[in-house]
Design a protein around this ligand. Sequence first.
Ligand code: BT5
Length: 326
Amino acid sequence: MHETRLNLLKALACGAFISGTELGEICGVSRTAIAKHIEGLKELGINVYSVKGKGYKLSSPLSLLDKKDIFKNFDSLQHSLTPSLDLSVLTQIDSTNTYLKQHISQLKSGHSVIAESQTAGRGRHGRKWVSPFASSIYLSMYWRFGTGYQALSGLSLVIGLAVVDTLTQIGILNAQLKWPNDVYVNMQKIAGVLIEVEGAVGDAAHCIIGIGLNVQLPDDIDGIDQSYTDIQSQLGVPLVDRNKLTAILLNNMHRIIRTFEAEGLTPFIHRWESLNVFANKNVKLVTGNQSIEGICLGINTEGALRMQVNDLQQTFHGGEISVRAI
Ligand code: BT5
């Protein structure tokens, strides 16, 4: 983002009215230039309005990402086993997953990237992840698993647990998980996980672990074709500190990934099943052009979905589940 525009946004982030003259002084440009940059912020989807005699104001305060603040928060959480943080903070990018893929040869395992917005945020199977400016966490972490591709089944499930732990630590106590990669609160999607693996079977697996976690989405958001929620509305607070949130999430990811790397999915199965949003519900699993109905039981040691179908227990490695109306 243009430096003046970023400084302007930082000045307005508190949510108070600030006059054009004052903003001009803060940013070192004329009032006319401020008016132009305000239009630029609006084009990014940021709601700024102006009142004659009072100046400019954001429709609600924003918590902007600040690398130093994330590090400070991370250090205060850290215990001796956690490595120091390796993080890039970006303003705008197509997709944080794509960014890591493009830089993978220069990165150390554990490197993460977070961005204020994504212009081409991705879900699975080419779906879109709606990524407005300063409204969510768009975070990706690179992890090199020496154990190879086969050991990775279940990784998206344990990353879901890292998100649930994070939500619990900030006061959202009723988050649940939907197989294989969604986090729900009150039956609404609050986060999604996208794992992409580069590397041959049997070789080391280079994983890109992406998380989109809604924090304070604008009211007039477009393009999410399912029920969704965000942290701010669940907590009922005016502002969520995204730097602290990022530090907590990164800490939980490091902790959980290291246990998963050493012990696999087994230590996590019981907890995952206790958070399963569809536990013992009648569900429909759509995989390819097949649709299977049954009762959702849980997961097996490989992270496959266990369902009871016509009195038989069956496992499925892929597909989308939804509640079946009966
Ligand atoms: C996911 O895919 O849920 C994985 C989303 C991962 C996003 C992160 S952001 C950082 C990193 N960089 C990326 O480019 N991606 C990752 P899937 O299960 O396919 O769900 C996609 C569906 O979720 C869409 O079709 C919508 O229905 C819904 N959706 C899109 N944006 C959403 C949002 N902000 N909040 C809730 N639901 C959303």
